[in-house]
Design a protein around this ligand. Structure first.
Ligand code: ZN
Length: 231
C-alpha cells in the first residue's frame, strides 16, 4: 500500500511514502456502484474468458475498453479510459511522512501516523533470513487531488461524485480482509484552479493560484447521473 520514495538527508526525518492503490480503489467503487444501479461498465480485466474458455467477467460488465471498440463507450470508460485511451482523471500522488518527524516539510507532503511491522522469513535449516521486509501502515487524514484533463460532462461528474461517496464501502489495500484499510471520505470539493506564474523584480518565479469552488456544478452533476429514463 505504501512505497518509500526518497530518503532525507537526516535519516529518519525525511522518509516519505506514496499511498498506493487510490485509483484502483475508485475503479472498484465505480464498478460496484454501476452494478448496483444496473448500469453496464468496463471491468478492470481486458479478457472475457480464460484459456479454457471459461467466462472471467461477472455479469453486468464488459472487458476493459470493449465498449469503445463497439462505439458505445460506457460512463466509466469515459472517465477512466483503458489501454487504448487516456483517462480524463489525473490522480496527484499522495505523499505522506510520519507525524513523528520534526521540521518543516514541503506543503505537498501530508503528515500521518505511520507504523512499521517488520517481518522476517527464515530458511528452515540455516535460520538465515531469506526474506526481509517491513509492512507499513498509516492512519490519519489526507487530501487526494484529482485533476481533470478535459472538462467533464455533468453526468460524468455525477458518476465520479457518486462513486466517491460509494468508495468507503470498499476498503483500501491488501489488508482489507484483516480489518484494515478502512476509509472515510470527509469532504469533496469541486474547484476551478487557475495557476499563474510571473517573475518578481529579481527574476524569481512567483506562482499564484486562484481557486473557485463549484458547488452548483457539483449538485447538477449529482442530478445528472444516473440518467432518468423517460417512459
Ligand atoms: Zn466500458
Amino acid at each position: 500500500m505504501l512505497i518509500r520514495t526518497t530518503k532525507g538527508e537526516k535519516g529518519k526525518e525525511g522518509k516519505k511514502y506514496v499511498v498506493k492503490g487510490l485509483r484502483g480503489w475508485l475503479n472498484h467503487a465505480m464498478m460496484a456502484l454501476a452494478k448496483e444501479m444496473g448500469v453496464e461498465v468496463c471491468h478492470t480485466s481486458e479478457k472475457t474468458e480464460s484459456q479454457k474458455g471459461e467466462p472471467l467477467l461477472p455479469e453486468g460488465f464488459h472487458a476493459a475498453g470493449k465498449c469503445l471498440e463497439n462505439g458505445e463507450e460506457c460512463i466509466k470508460h469515459r472517465l477512466m479510459g483503458s489501454f487504448g485511451k487516456q483517462s480524463k482523471l489525473k490522480f496527484e500522488p499522495v505523499v505522506i511522512t510520519s507525524k513523528a518527524c520534526k521540521g518543516k516539510e514541503d506543503e505537498e507532503i501530508q503528515q500521518m501516523h505511520i507504523a512499521t511491522e517488520v517481518r522476517n522469513a527464515l530458511a528452515f535449516h540455516t535460520k538465515k533470513a531469506i526474506q526481509d521486509f517491513g509492512e507499513r501502515y498509516f492512519a490519519g487524514t489526507f487530501t487526494l487531488r484529482i485533476e481533470f484533463r478535459t472538462k467533464l460532462e455533468a453526468e460524468e461528474l455525477g458518476f465520479l461524485l457518486k462513486s466517491l461517496l460509494y468508495a468507503p464501502e470498499i476498503g483500501l489495500g491488501a489488508a482489507v480482509n484483516n480489518g484494515a484499510g478502512k476509509m472515510k471520505i470527509l469532504k469533496v470539493a469541486l474547484q476551478e484552479v487557475v495557476r499563474e506564474r510571473t517573475f518578481d523584480q529579481k527574476g524569481r518565479v512567483v506562482e499564484r493560484e486562484r481557486v473557485r469552488n463549484l458547488w452548483k456544478e457539483m449538485q447538477e452533476g449529482l442530478k445528472a447521473w444516473p440518467k432518468k429514463v423517460s417512459a
